[in-house]
Design a protein around this ligand. Structure first.
Ligand code: GLA
Length: 482
């Protein structure tokens, strides 16, 4: 089934049908996804079926991608079927093809594993913007220019937001020499990069170790060295490398994932340009243990975030256990920010920003920076919270107390102060009685505290600090001995 992406490219989905009277069975396969046909019927020239994904094996890492049945309806036109993916309202023509055309290419050998040298980039967690969370497949070069303008106009660049990252769907195919080309939405990548650089910012791009990306666009499979050179020639500063299409060729284990990422890590290091390397394989096979060795600067630790409290809460609080793997130049990446996208309350977005900062996570905004409300700006541009994220010591966050739905986290800063975050994950306002003597190293000392959201010093009374924390909200304190 060939569906137009409206940018000069098409995405193909492959089906294997078996008809038995009015019953249709079969498989959906190819690209990144696989599925089984259920409820399939062929009747009066029409086709109906649903596809369900394979059941994930028990023990695989949490994945936020929502797997549900996808409904297809079609009309038989001679030897073709006019088919619609009803869930996504995508229409296309399904034509007969060969099994070979629909089968992913054979695996290419992966390099022998070795430790790549450190590229010395992103000594503090990378900060910037990425197109995916807000624009997904609709992002254009004009949007990217607009974001660069907005970063400078708002002063976000002065706070550290410097990477302007183009996610999936910029790709077209390959020219006769095998060079990757851009689609209609990105008519001149070099000119776009030059423009963003002229604003004093840096540019990120996206690809996959597979033949196709998650959105079904051209990936780097078999073209790693060539693509790294193209990125360098365009002036690219950052690559997000997303497993997706490689899944159909290489099974998910540590050796394969290390090999796939090392291959591009080497290509980037030989490209002649310093390029930040961002691994995206959804935290499978514990990349926090080996991502650095592939030349990686950051690695996704979970499936995709969505602009909902449940998603952000689940992802964010699952990171504390692996927070000790983060170190300068090598960061856990619990996915990009949803702040300002409208699906959460102000308190929830303040929790998002506070938690990501306590985790020393990359701060990659995912909203439309050209039209931010004052509240969104006050969250993304809270200097005092950004300073927590960017702290040079990059020490891990730890749990101080966990009482019913109130989670109190602490993290030591390079200057000897300690950040304490009181997070209310519950559905009602909570009163938190923070016992200051419990803060490691501070027993018996006179303390000075500052509330990083109220932007003022707050008084302590004896050993207790009582804070009212709104539902899904946070009180973030910087505590130091006087
Ligand atoms: C995956 C990634 C996302 C985004 C999309 C693009 O789902 O995890 O962050 O890059 O692919 O297709």
């Amino acid at each position: 089934m060939k569906v137009s992406n409206e940018d000069g490219t098409f995405r193909n989905t492959y089906f294997q049908f078996e008809q038995n009277g009015e019953t249709l069975t079969g498989k959906l396969f190819g690209r990144n996804i696989q599925g089984t046909l259920i409820k399939g019927t062929v009747k009066d020239g029409t086709v109906h079926f649903e596809t369900v994904p394979p059941v994930r094996e028990a023990g695989t890492p949490p994945n936020d991608i929502q797997y549900r049945a996808v409904v297809f309806e079609g009309k038989i036109e001679g030897d073709k079927i006019e088919l619609e993916n009803v869930n996504r309202k995508l229409k296309g023509m399904a034509e007969r093809t060969t099994k070979e055309a629909a089968t992913p290419p054979a695996a290419l050998p992966l390099p022998p594993l070795r430790n790549l040298p450190d590229n010395n980039l992103v000594r503090t967690p990378p900060m910037g913007w990425n197109s995916w969370n807000k624009f997904a497949g609709k992002v254009t070069a004009e949007d990217v220019r607009g974001m660069a303008d907005a970063i400078v106009a708002t002063g976000m660049d002065k706070l550290g937001y410097v990477y302007v990252n183009i996610d999936d769907t910029w790709e077209a195919g390959r020219d006769a020499q095998g060079n990757i080309t851009t689609n209609r939405k990105f008519p001149d990548m070099k000119a776009l990069v030059d423009y963003v650089h002229s604003k004093g910012l840096k540019v990120g791009i996206y690809s996959s170790p597979g033949p196709t990306t998650c959105a079904g666009y051209e990936g780097s499979f078999g073209h790693e060295v060539q693509d790294a050179k193209t990125y360098a020639a365009w002036g690219i500063d950052y690559l997000k490398y997303d497993l997706c299409g490689a899944r159909t060729i290489y099974s998910s284990n540590e050796e394969n994932h290390r090999g796939l990422y090392q291959k591009m890590g080497e290509a980037l290091q030989q490209s002649g340009r310093p390029i930040v390397f961002s691994l995206c394989q959804y935290g499978e096979n514990d990349p926090w243990k080996w991502g650095t060795e592939t030349g990686g600067n950051l690695w996704r630790t979970t499936g995709d975030i969505s602009d909902k409290w449940e998603s952000m809460d689940r992802i964010g609080f699952s990171q504390i256990a692996i927070s000790s793997y983060t170190r300068p130049g090598h960061w856990n990446d619990p996915d990009m920010l949803e702040i300002g996208n409208g699906g959460m309350t102000g308190d929830e977005y303040r929790t998002h920003m506070s938690l990501w900062s306590m985790l020393a996570a990359p701060l990659i905004a995912g909203n439309d920076l050209r039209s931010m409300s004052d509240e969104t700006k006050s969250i993304l541009m809270n200097k005092e919270v950004i300073a927590v994220d960017q702290d040079a010591a990059a020490k891990p966050v730890q749990v101080l107390a966990s009482v019913s739905k109130v989670e109190t986290l602490w993290r030591p800063m390079a200057d000897g102060s300690i950040i304490v975050g009181v997070f209310n994950r519950g559905e009602d306002i909570a009163t938190s009685n923070l016992q200051l003597s419990k803060i490691p190293g501070f027993a018996g000392k006179k303390l000075k505290m500052r509330d990083l959201w109220l932007h003022r010093d707050v008084p302590t009374k004896g050993d207790q600090y009582t804070a009212l924390v709104p539902k899904h909200g946070v009180v973030l304190l910087k505590v130091r001995a006087q």
